[in-house]
Design a protein around this ligand. Structure first.
Ligand code: BG6
Length: 862
């Protein structure tokens, strides 16, 4: 039973005044000081001696006679203990222990101790008591010295007077102690100490926060120790805080997540992305929520021209190349910070943004809408001094050249109704001309202003640029801010935390004077870690990265990272000298540097030849016309030829029946058709599949899914003209008895005159397969069947395919062959006769139509 003390807090205050604990009790109730617990509680309880203990319980004037110091001390301690117990029983919701692992590290020194101090200032007066354990592997003596130094350097918010600040710091210092924490016995001892502290103080344990400010390789051991020896008892929570990197790609992130999942429950893990604690970033959702009415009509593809999510740095990677060499800018910044920001801008806004669960679910949905990235979605750079820094710091030979990008621009699209077609530009780099971070939403302008622009007034003219900017920090402004063009709307921001930004004559941002914007800055600037530590304490999981979100993000970035693994980044000098070298632009889904840097294909004097300088080569291959060129030209030529065939077919027959293959080679073709061929008669085109993998149509492996992603969603083909292969019937995949192949054949016979496609686009596999007709296939190479089920030697094994006899009925067959990996089979097939069992491609010979080969130079010439 807890002692019954005072019916309400007021009485407690009166009592405290009359008994000489005034200052501390007021602090206990209204301010952050812990009244009778100025030293770690264990010390107050006598486990460590404290010579000046009584002095902590009264102020100077009220200090009693010093003639019997021992007696006074005991009396005071007992009094304070009783009082503390009463107050805690009545008012304190519990005791929180914070264990900072890696307490002597860089991050802890720069941000975490300050963040914990801020937590103490904000929360200690409100129902909770705290103890802070700085833990590391350093010896106790060194650790103590380090922590004493760090604690001394802590600062208070601007509005706290210096003497009050010193007092608060003193309290915090007394609640903080260093611990050497290495073995499982150390963890057990820590747990016991916390329990004793709680028990002797008559407290209830609310929870424990373990902040992992340690390298990831140390995670597993620490996690095991916490799980086995340092969990709080029933009724108290455990929160473990993890710092990036959370893996290196999807697989390693999954392994790490599985490992941690063996020790902690999902709700116990708080993965930090410190950008979520930046004030301007943390304001994105509240801003969208508070301005719902104004934004409802604006926040979509109908109004947004583009979104820029930018983090520029002037520093380079010197001193941390061992980390950087393994990660590079995409893993270091884009996969986490910029992607998190992207989801906050793009996600559907939950009805209740204070529900962590719904914010996280909406975020996950935003991840699902991200369109897969291609190699061409990114541009990469590396500052010139980087390789030399790596050589020096990692003792690499003189010949070593790093391929790690220190700069990246990436073009991201979302495939959903809100954002379809809106470019999201993500960009970050080291050694750039300035340090600045922002998210800029630029709106389209559909107005035309008749009067001369001298008469345009910021809050009236619809012709001035319209933008909303979440200014993360640094740059010209030097502080976080939210900016809204005056010709958009006057935003509403919480006045207790955001205030108007004063005039800054002469300052221009994003091409406009500051006076063009409604501009706000935080009333009190807070470091990201302080914000996040507070959110950890309040259990706001939406400010952290859940396992699902983490894996979704890696799932999005890993294919791009893989495809760029051997890409040579463009070198840049660094700083202002970069000039326009890194400027980039986009067209469709492709991103490229604005300034071309011709590659020297043939060494020697004179200007280097450009790919565009090469002619498209026309020749014969297997007795049929061959068109060969560099990939870009080849794809452009093939797209032109397909359009010409389509236009002719529609003119003659009213429709165009096109059968398309899957795989990666046709992807650039689809993109080309989607973005460059406005005269294509899509409304009269029927699209068929040459082959399909036996997976559901929404599976990323599905050929139809490729077609959908890269072509269908960008053009206007009537939906009844789209004919996916029926591989998924009766909730099963390619079962013979479902007769999917026969159904498709009947559909073709019903709609395509003589079952003769106007054009069939094929590829050629390195083993000589085409469509899904593989060497030695028991079906599809001859016979009556138009559509067949086949087996592939690689996953997914089951396939559906047009048969060779059906393909050969087409009016035109185009075979697209790209890349050096095809060189060998190209050579081989050029020599063989008609041997479809060995090389199915050799059986492609339209009976009355035309066959044309499209090969890039690498496939054709090697
Ligand atoms: C870190 C990256 O996550 O963020 C660093 O690892 C980068 O490379 C830093 O410099 C930038 O953070 P801030 O808060 O300085 O913008």
């Amino acid at each position: 039973m807890r002692p019954k003390c005072f019916p309400d807090g007021k009485k407690a205050k009166r009592w405290s005044r009359s008994h000489g604990c005034k200052q501390r009790f007021e602090a206990e109730r209204g301010g952050p000081a812990i009244a009778c617990s100025p030293t770690p509680i264990s010390r107050l309880l006598g486990s460590e001696s404290e010579p000046d203990q009584a002095a902590h319980c009264t102020d100077g004037e009220e200090r009693g006679p010093r003639r019997h110091p021992g007696c006074w001390k005991m009396l005071t301690v007992a009094m304070c203990m009783a009082l503390l117990g009463c107050l805690q029983a009545q008012e304190l919701r519990g005791h929180v222990s914070v264990i900072l692992l890696g307490a002597t590290g860089d991050l802890a020194r720069k941000y975490l101790w300050q963040g914990l101090f801020q937590l103490y200032l904000d929360e200690a007066g409100k129902d909770y008591s705290f103890s802070f354990h700085g833990a590391a592997l350093t010896s106790t003596k060194q650790g103590q010295a380090f922590i004493a130094k760090v604690l001394e350097s802590l600062s208070c918010p601007e509005d706290v007077a210096p003497d009050r600040c010193a007092e608060l710091k003193g309290q915090f210092q007394r609640l903080s102690a260093y611990r050497h924490l290495a073995t499982s016995e150390d963890y057990m001892a820590l747990s016991k100490d916390i329990e004793a502290q709680v028990q002797h103080g008559g407290l209830r344990e609310a929870g424990r926060i373990f902040y992992f400010s340690v390298p990831p390789f140390a995670y597993a051991d620490i996690a095991r120790n916490i799980n086995s020896s340092c969990r709080p008892g029933p009724g108290a929570w455990l929160r473990v805080v993890l710092e990036k990197p959370f893996g290196h790609d999807h697989l390693s992130a999954q392994q790490l997540a599985t490992e941690l999942g063996g020790f902690f429950r999902e709700e116990e893990m708080y993965r930090v992305d410190h950008y979520l604690g930046k004030q301007a970033v943390a304001q994105i959702l509240p801003f969208r929520d508070q301005n719902r009415k104004a934004l409802d009509g604006l926040w979509s593809r109908h109004h947004v021209e583009r979104v820029e999510i930018i983090m520029k740095e002037t520093v380079d990677a010197e001193g941390r190349t061992s980390f950087y060499e393994e990660y590079g800018v995409i893993r270091d910044v884009l996969q986490n910070h910029l992607t998190e920001v992207l989801t906050l801008v793009a996600m559907e806004l939950p009805h209740n943004i204070s529900s962590s669960e719904s914010v996280l679910q909406h975020k996950l949905r935003a991840f699902r809408a991200l369109r897969g990235l291609q190699k061409g979605s990114a541009v990469l750079g590396q500052y010139q001094a980087y390789s030399e820094q790596v050589r020096r710091e990692q003792q690499k030979p003189d010949s070593f050249r790093s391929l790690t990008p220190t700069f990246a621009g990436v073009l991201v699209h979302m495939d959903n109704l809100r954002w379809e077609g809106v470019p999201f530009i993500l960009m970050s780099g080291k050694a750039l001309d300035e340090r600045v971070g922002y998210v800029r939403i630029l709106f389209r302008n559909q107005a035309y202003c008749v009067q001369n622009d001298e008469h345009w007034v910021a809050d009236q003219s619809q012709c001035l640029p319209r933008q909303i900017v979440f200014y993360i920090g640094h740059g010209e402004l030097g502080s976080p801010a939210v900016l809204v063009s005056r010709n958009l709307f006057r935003p509403s921001l919480p006045s207790e935390s955001w205030k108007g930004l004063g005039a800054r004559p002469g300052l221009r941002l994003f091409g406009r004077p500051l006076s063009d914007f409604y501009a706000y800055r935080p009333v009190r600037e807070q470091d990201a870690y302080s914000v996040l530590i507070s959110r950890i304490f309040h259990g706001r999981k939406d400010s952290f990265v859940t396992t699902e979100n983490l894996l979704a993000s890696w799932g999005f970035w890993t294919p791009l990272l893989d495809s760029l693994a051997h890409e040579v980044p463009r070198l840049y000098p660094g700083g202002a000298e970069n000039g326009h070298l890194l400027d980039f632009e986009f067209s469709g889904a492709q991103l490229y540097f604005s300034q071309r840097q011709p590659e020297r294909l043939v060494p020697g004097p004179g200007p280097a030849p450009m790919p565009s300088g090469f002619q498209v080569l026309k020749a014969k291959y297997r007795e049929s016309p061959l068109i060969s060129a560099w990939p870009e030209e080849l794809i452009a030529k093939l797209a032109d030829d397909i359009e010409a065939t389509a236009v002719r077919a529609v003119r003659r027959f009213g429709t165009f029946h096109l059968a398309l293959s899957g795989g990666s080679s046709p992807v650039p073709l689809f993109q080309q058709l989607a973005t460059r061929h406005y005269g294509f008669p899509w409304a009269h085109t029927h699209l068929w599949l040459v082959d399909e993998r036996c997976v559901p149509l929404w599976d990323p492996e599905s050929n139809f899914q490729h077609l959908q992603t890269h072509l269908l969603q960008h053009v206007r083909v009537p939906y009844y003209n789209i004919h996916p292969m029926p591989v998924h019937l009766h909730q099963r995949l390619c079962a013979e008895e479902d007769q999917g192949a026969q159904t498709y054949a009947s559909e073709i016979s019903a709609l395509v005159a003589n079952s003769s496609f106007d054009l069939v686009l094929l590829g050629m596999g390195a083993d000589g397969h085409t469509a899904s007709l593989f060497p030695q296939s028991p079906s599809g190479l001859d016979g009556e069947q138009l559509v067949v089920l086949t087996e592939s030697p690689s996953r997914p094994f089951q396939r559906m395919s047009l048969s060779l006899p059906l393909i050969n009925r087409a009016r035109k067959v185009a075979v697209l062959v790209m890349g050096r990996v095809k060189r060998e089979i190209t050579m081989l097939v050029s020599r063989v006769g008609h041997e479809p069992k060995k090389w199915p491609i050799s059986g492609v010979l339209p009976s009355s139509g035309q066959l044309v080969w499209y090969m890039d130079y690498e496939a054709f010439l090697g």
